[in-house]
Design a protein around this ligand. Structure first.
Ligand code: NAD
Length: 565
């Protein structure tokens, strides 16, 4: 494609000498390449003119590819349906980004059978091959980084840096899960029982439903999909209706790097129409979902119901919403706090599960904080993400209505400091001005319910104790941060701030794969910790095998010693 990232790529796994690793799977000893340790993908510096030009060229190229039609793909077979899903540009809703087929209930069983058939072979495919698939996909995405960024900009309205962060996280997931799968394969039992040969093998579960949200439509969609397949499962991937194009392009790339038919079945569809069908199917073994609390709980309930013919308890990996707080302590670096709250609340227009939607500010610095954040937020530049404005549109008309409704509620629950309006543009983009309310009561609706838009509530706290109590008073528990110069208060927050991802003296968004395993407490989900050392376990079941030492096992030992394993 010719539009490539300009920073140094990771060293290719294919130039490294092959290394034998001792697998604990006696029957399927595999030989895998040695990999350099995982390192985080670097972000693109768009202030460098070469990168700026590359992004502009990618946007121009993708502009010529908008409006194409993509297939439903089941078992490698490309299908067209009568019903369609039209994905549009939120900054310019008359511009079609992609037209997709609309999987309906009848496709659920066909996709399930294709995935089951593929599972028989894929689950026995050497691990090295599955790992290779992820690494080759990561390398190709890296090569086409600017193009993927451009697709994200058009389809969900990400500015360049936000799009780059999504692509980099996607690459990180693939690189990390490839290495984690190899690590899992070397697991052993804590001890060898005398007179036995003891093994622990992590084997795949079966066919899974992968149901991602629209807001990290590349990283989360690809992360859940590849975690499932690298461990030997096969999946039905149902992307969000608002972001099916980026998923289609990723699926095509997987095929390009050798994905066998039926391992991933690409099925765009509506949640209630198709998503609920694959959740309910008795042959579905697991569901990997990221999205809202409402839908997550529906899936949880449906998956818990045993249906005729079902022979297992379905496993659910559910990552849901948040109502995330930043505590601003009386002694803190106020400049850093203003920046941290602003970027956590208004980065990608507040459309992150980790977004700060509540700033809990100590009474002593409350007035100055309100003045400074008003000035800072009012200066945010808003406009078309293709032109790289900091603030862009929100995703769809439902989001516009939801956010404006909350802004109306906010007017009676707080003091509007800035924003609070829909911003009209000639293209009819879905822009809502970055909005801040002060003097919000801790239990007010705008302080408790996920708005998922550019709306920040400021709450006054009378003491650090009070601030912690407010921070913990929602049903969620996803991310949180604290700005403080007090060692005691930071230490106390470590213990008492009840969230899955806690940040001290930094913003509460921007989790990095492997450094910040991600997942929330309480109604924020099942705390799956994506990008962490325990994540792949969720896609496997452990088989313990004990063999008594006899002349037969001694022969196997000898054979392995001869092979140098
Ligand atoms: P959503 O819940 O509306 O949709 C998520 C997915 O579920 C989509 O693919 C949708 O089509 C599907 N779906 C909808 N109804 C369904 C049903 N009845 N059965 C099966 N599938 C169904 O969420 P969204 O608007 O796409 O994403 C925003 C939400 O996701 C926010 O609440 C945000 O906090 C959350 N989120 C959480 C995380 C996390 O890691 N915790 C990350 C990103 C987003």
């Amino acid at each position: 494609m010719g539009i490539c990232a300009k920073h140094e790529p990771h060293s290719s796994p294919y130039t490294l000498p092959p290394k034998r690793v001792k697998s604990n799977a006696m029957a399927t000893l595999t030989i895998t390449p040695a990999l350099a340790p995982f390192t985080t993908e670097l972000f693109v510096d768009f202030t460098a003119s070469a990168n700026k030009r590359a992004m502009e060229a990618a946007l121009a190229q993708v502009a010529t590819e908008l409006g194409r039609e993509y297939d439903l793909v089941i078992g490698g077979k490309r299908i067209r349906t009568e019903g369609k899903i039209i994905s549009t540009n939120p900054a310019n809703p008359s511009q079609i980004v992609g037209t997709h087929q609309r999987a309906a209930a009848e496709h659920a069983e066909t996709a399930m059978l294709a995935a089951q058939q593929a599972f028989a072979k894929w689950s026995r495919t050497p691990l090295a091959d599955r790992v290779d698939l992820l690494l080759r996909a990561a390398a190709l995405i890296r090569e086409r980084k600017f193009l993927f960024c451009a697709w994200l900009t058009y389809e969900v309205g990400k500015n360049w840096a936000e799009a780059d962060a999504d692509v980099a996280e996607c690459i990180d997931f693939l690189e990390f899960y490839a290495r984690e799968a190899l690590r899992l394969d070397t697991a052993t039992t804590p001890i060898q029982y005398p007179g036995e040969r003891n093994l622990l093998r992590y084997i795949p579960l079966g066919v899974g439903a992968v149901i991602p949200p629209w807001n990290f439509p590349f990283a989360i969609m690809a992360g859940m999909t590849t975690a499932a397949i690298v461990t030997g499962n096969t999946v039905i991937l149902k992307p969000s209706v608002d972001a099916s194009t980026i998923a289609a392009i990723f699926f095509n790339l997987l095929e390009e790097v050798g994905l066998p038919d039926g391992v991933v079945n690409f099925c765009p569809g509506e949640g209630p129409e198709f998503g609920s069908e694959i959740v309910a199917n008795p042959k579905t073994r697991f569901i990997a979902f990221t999205g809202s609390k409402k839908v997550g709980l529906e899936i949880h309930e449906s998956a818990a119901k045993t249906r005729p013919g079902q022979i297992w308890i379905k496993r659910t990996v559910l990552e849901m919403g948040g109502k995330d707080s930043i505590i601003v302590d009386r002694d803190c670096d106020l400049d850093a706090a203003i920046e941290g709250v602003t970027s956590s609340a208004f980065g990608f227009n507040g459309q992150k599960c980790s977004a700060c939607s509540r700033a809990i500010v100590d009474a002593e610095i409350y007035d100055i904080f309100c003045d400074r954040i008003t000035e800072r937020v009012a200066a945010i530049r808003q406009g078309d993400p293709v032109k790289n404005f900091y603030a862009g549109p929100v995703i769809n008309d439902i989001a516009v209505k939801r956010i404006l409704d909350y802004i109306e509620i906010g007017k009676s629950q707080g003091r509007l400091l800035t924003g609070g309006t829909f911003v009209d543009t000639p293209e009819k983009g879905r822009y809502i001005a970055p909005t801040v309310f002060a003097d919000v009561a801790p239990m007010a609706r705008i302080a408790q319910e996920e708005i998922f838009g550019p709306v920040l509530a400021i709450i006054k706290s009378s003491s650090f104790e009070d601030a912690l109590a407010i921070a913990n008073n929602t049903e969620y528990g996803l991310t949180g941060a604290i700005y403080s110069d007090s060692r005691d208060n930071l230490d106390r927050a470590r213990e008492e701030f009840h969230v899955g991802n806690l940040y001290l003296n930094r913003k509460c968004t921007g989790a990095m794969v492997a450094a910040h395993p991600f997942g929330g407490f309480n109604m924020s989900g099942t705390d799956s910790k994506a990008g962490g050392p325990d994540y792949l376990l969720l896609f496997t079941q452990a088989k313990s095998i004990a063999e008594k030492v006899t002349h037969v096992s001694a022969l196997l030992d000898e054979q392995e010693d001869r092979m140098g394993i």
